[in-house]
Design a binder for this molecule. Sequence first.
Ligand SMILES: [Zn+2]
Length: 426
Amino acid sequence: METKVVGPTGMSLGDEIVGRIDALAAISETATNLTRIFLTPEHRAAGELIMGWMRDAGMSAHLDAIGNVCGRYEGDRPGQPCLMLGSHYDTVRDAGKWDGPLGLITAISCVADLHRRGRRLPFAIEVTGFADEEGVRFASTLLGSRAIAGTFDESALGSKDKAGVKMREAMTAFGLDPDHIGAAARAPSELLAYVELHIEQGPVLESKNLPVGVVTAISGATRLAVELHGMAGHAGTVPMALRRDALAGAAECIVAIEEFCSSDRDGLVGTVGYINAMPGATNVIPGMVSFTIDIRTARDSFRKLAVADIVRHIEEIVKRRKLGLEINVTHENRTVPCAPWLQQQVADAVAAEGYHVFELPSGAGHDGMAMIDIADVAMLFVRCRGGISHNPAEHVETADADAGARVLLRLIENFRAKSNPVVPDK
Ligand SMILES: [Zn+2]
């Protein structure tokens, strides 16, 4: 387990990866924090740096029609289908430097290691830096991976950023042709699988004292918008028994949601992240409250049952409190299961590196949600400090970056394509 993979300079893969994480994080919209948004000059500069690393690792590299960075390391014969690795290189505003770049840079370092040893495999390896996973600029996520999967929604080209710039114009300014996004699409027959390494973005691996974890699925999510209607009134004159307080009703609903989701079954989590009380004055009983609910689990059928149960709880509470209720589903996405055959190979690589195989769902969304339309998907999580992400405090220990890289390298070298590749059901 302690055999260290080192480069020509004697650096471990982890050292090389952390150095590059820092170099990439220096390319930002602002000097003091990290912000790298789709189709900006920083985005372009980051892409150039990444393509340089790809070429150093023996890959061909280019930007595709939507700005994804695409590197390819041929197998023992040219033109073979590929094992695709990667992650995204855009960030949220005031981001951490590991979310996205760790998976991308680790994949490049693994290929560089093969290249140094002159090792060619019976399949090609492609490393993709997805252009826009976070969806900060145009409020629609997974633009890069959707373009590759051939599911990019062309109507998004008309959407505007906060400055009023249309995506179509931003693409042209970046040097891309918005009328040729279709050229980024890949055929399912070109891909043997898609595997992404990513920071966990949660505290589970840390609590288990494990550097890496095997992802079972990217959890599906349902979001609801709830409005409770009561009766506004004077805080001093309306007796408690005669009130229809929408905020007190919402409080009871929120506690009920928390209790319901505390079963921890199938990774069930529920969050009320936004609440607004009207009219919102110290001396007025709230007459109307709106709040949101975000429900996620790794099993769609269970999520649907959980949402139905939560709605039933809310209906009971509002009936007892004589409140009016409006409840709407605002967003729903299916669970993306990791393919068992591929997940097993990730688990085997974890075990071969001497780590306990621990499986967990991903509560956060990832590019695999789009890639599933053209390839089987698996993910490997790397521990991050305190489970913190989307925050400058995001941190990964060098030893953990190294552990992730060794597992990924082991996975690549032992990778066996599924005997009968089947295009997953849409
Ligand atoms: Zn990410």
